[in-house]
Design a protein around this ligand. Structure first.
Ligand code: AMP
Ligand code: MG
Length: 316
């Protein structure tokens, strides 16, 4: 099989109705989608990605009414969050309805759900009478895809169709928060800055890691290119690795290295997020033997980027 890349919504919808998987654009990263009500279709997502069954998928809806078949109840603040941030990069973890099969949620009694803000994804969802379960469209543990070619490079042989919606406008995955009885807890920093959430629902604590990992946040190595990533003081790391072909990923500053990817010369965190995963891929492909990286400011989208950098640099 070799994936076709195109903008044909009808082909994408037909394949999904037949229980196939299709890569779809969202504003965060590209997703690998299947009918969320069809266990056999969802299993193909796990197989194509070599994703472990303990890592649950996010369910994508295209209209608010679809929530009735996904979640059992809306806790305090949920409606305000949806009104403020949907469509957009915010996933809510809520009590699930029985229609959502166990394979989607890894057997949890909660489900992650969001409405994506990409026009093509919304148009596709409007043509379907089921929501789409979709994780990022990359092999498990590897760098997330932010354009259609990234998906083709990694999963092209494993899936039939890639719906091309251009480069992703946010560039990092959704923020995930879950209701835990006494308040909202952060499972993963992402495209909606925590500061913006807190302006709507008050303080958001960080969720306790579970024994079984339920979020990439709890799997240490993730978002990882195939060459080592070292996170720290770049000048010092450059001195230590002077004899190697070194690539640097930096926020605004240029460094004297074999290759440097500057994420945003003007210091704009949203631009940095948009460029981040593509930069990791380009540096990996550059022939460098190691990638050195510096932390970004721990605020706004910087928090999401730092989270990805930390995991890309984690021991494998
Ligand atoms: P991905 O789309 O590849 O970033 O993966 C989806 C992520 O959503 C999972 O790794 C989990 O972190 C999160 N998620 C989905 N459903 C749940 C849930 N019921 N409880 C906690 N986290 C969830
Ligand atoms: Mg992922």
């Amino acid at each position: 099989m070799s994936a076709r890349i195109g903008t044909d919504l009808r082909s994408a919808a037909d394949l999904l109705r037949k229980g196939e998987v299709v890569a779809i654009p969202t504003e965060t990263v590209y997703g690998l989608a299947a009918n969320a009500f069809d266990s056999a279709a969802v299993l193909k997502v796990f197989t194509a990605k070599a994703r472990p069954s303990f890592d649950p998928l996010i369910v994508h809806i295209g209209r608010p009414e679809q929530l009735d078949h996904v979640v059992k109840e809306l806790p305090e603040g949920a409606e305000r969050l949806m009104k403020t941030f949907w469509p957009g990069p915010l996933t809510l973890v809520l009590p699930k309805r029985p229609e959502i099969p166990d394979i989607v949620t890894s057997g949890l009694d909660t489900v992650g759900v969001r409405m994506p803000a990409h026009p093509l994804a919304l148009e596709l969802l409007s043509q379907l009478d089921f929501p789409l379960a979709a994780p990022s469209a990359n092999p498990f543990g590897y760098v997330s895809p932010t354009n259609a070619q990234h998906v083709a490079d990694q999963l092209g042989e494993a899936i039939p169709y890639i719906l091309d919606g251009g480069p992703c406008m946010v560039g990092v995955e959704s923020t995930i928060i879950g209701w835990e009885g006494d308040g909202w807890k952060l499972h993963r920093p992402g495209g909606v800055p925590v500061e913006e959430l807190e302006a709507v629902i008050g303080a958001v604590a960080v969720a306790q890691p579970r024994i079984l990992p339920v979020a990439p946040g709890q799997l240490e190595s993730h978002y990882a290119p195939r060459i080592p990533v070292l996170l720290g003081d770049v000048e010092q790391l450059l001195a230590e690795h002077a004899k190697e072909r070194v690539a640097v990923i930096s926020f605004r500053q240029d460094y004297d290295a074999w290759r440097t990817a500057v994420l945003s010369p003007s210091g704009d965190l949203a631009e940095a997020a948009r460029n981040f995963f593509g930069a990791l891929r380009a540096l990996e492909a550059s022939g460098a033997s190691v990638i050195l990286a510096e932390r970004l400011p721990e605020e706004g989208l910087g928090r999401a980027i730092n989270d990805r950098l930390r995991r890309a640099a984690a021991k494998r």
